[in-house]
Design a protein around this ligand. Structure first.
Ligand code: GTP
Ligand code: MG
Length: 337
């Protein structure tokens, strides 16, 4: 199982598209073959060599992929969840199917090599060679959809930043536009995009910092809406996967502004959902954007949060850098509890 470093390292393979493969096979089937003068039955040998080069290419470009890829059981649950979030539940089936097709191609190649060797003249060799190319391509064609799905799975996982699973991870969560990215940017090395539009953050972003001499990963997530998990889209599901499988502690941000993008009620509903997955002791609620609210509104919001949440509640302004480091420090303390 991948315990540290980058999962993307496990997926350093490229999956070719069917059209590319077909094109390359047709190129190889026409490629001139240079043979020493001493070679007898040159026509037959030429076709044998072409069969060999097509087989070698297909095996290394497609059919050896399973041997280079981990099974999903070898992945950390966070990455398994990401595959699910991208609707790729059949990853292992695909990898298994490709291994099966590898055997089919190998048998086909052995059979046709033998028949070409036994052919009576060059015309028969050519006919058998063409048959071989057609049948090899039809095996590849049967893997077309699987290859597309595999390419999607790999690109989903390769996009992930390196996350050290052994190092402390503080996940920053909340509804869109509450200031998650502004906070992560202000307390860590990450430089996420910030804008006044919801779902600006669509990926998991990891920043690093030191708290009391210890390395901490601060994880920015996409916003999540207050709806049941089965209604969440794949961007929101990435955030949920980070919350469920990465978080040693959670900083849940609330925008207390009267004109916040999503109402306080919606934000509290989401908090309720998040708390179902965590011990309250691992969650810290940070009321952000205090620079925008008067004391009356602030105490109203604090009371509303406290009715629902019995853990630590802090106030801060990610934009002005008020209390942000203190919030992160408190979150790392919770992670150690
Ligand atoms: N006044 C004020 N504005 C803030 C504060 N924090 C963030 N903002 C603003 O709120 C808007 C959204 O900030 P982001 O950090 O992008 O919010 P987010 O939660 O990451 O949003 P999504 O990526 O869409 O989920 C931006 O216009 C920020 O400038 C704050 O403490 N005070
Ligand atoms: Mg963001």
């Amino acid at each position: 199982m991948e315990k540290e470093g980058c999962v993307s390292r496990l997926f350093r393979v490229s999956v070719p598209k069917f059209e590319e493969v077909r094109h390359r096979v047709l190129q190889l089937s026409r490629k001139p073959i240079a043979l020493p003068k001493s070679v007898k039955k040159r026509g037959m040998v030429k076709y044998l060599e072409r069969i060999k080069s097509i087989y070698t290419y297909l095996d290394s470009a497609i059919f050896s992929l399973p041997a280079k890829l981990p099974r999903s059981g070898e992945l950390h649950p966070f990455y398994r969840e990401l595959l699910k979030a991208a609707s790729i539940e059949s990853y292992d089936d695909i990898v298994g199917k490709l291994a099966g097709f590898r055997r089919v191609l190998r048998n086909l190649t052995l059979r046709y090599s033998l028949r070409v060797k036994e052919s009576l003249d060059v015309n028969e060799s050519r006919k058998l060679f063409r048959e071989y190319v057609g049948r090899a391509l039809s095996i590849v064609r049967r893997t077309r959809e699987d290859l597309e799905m595999l390419a999607r799975a790999i690109s989903e996982l390769r996009r992930m930043p390196c996350i050290n699973l052994n190092e402390l991870k503080v996940v920053v969560a909340g509804m869109p536009q509450v200031g998650k990215s502004t906070f992560v940017k202000s307390v860590s090395s990450a430089n996420p995009k910030i804008s006044p539009f919801p779902f600006t953050t669509r990926e998991i972003i990891v920043g690093h910092t030191l708290i009391s001499g210890r390395r901490v990963q601060v994880i920015d997530t996409p916003g999540i809406l207050d709806r049941p998990p089965e209604m969440l889209n794949n961007v929101e599901l990435r955030a949920l996967a980070a919350l469920r499988y990465l978080a040693d502690a959670v900083v849940f941000l609330i925008d207390p502004s009267r004109d916040s993008y999503y109402s306080l009620e919606q934000q509290l509903n989401l908090l309720k959902n998040v708390l179902e997955h965590f011990r309250q002791g691992r969650v810290l609620v940070a009321i952000n954007k205090v620079d925008r609210v008067d004391n009356l509104r602030l105490s109203e919001v604090l009371r509303a949060v406290a009715r629902l949440f019995k853990g630590d509640i802090m106030v801060m302004s990610a934009l002005k850098g008020i209390n942000t480091v203190e919030v992160l420090k408190r979150a790392t303390d919770l992670a150690h509890c």
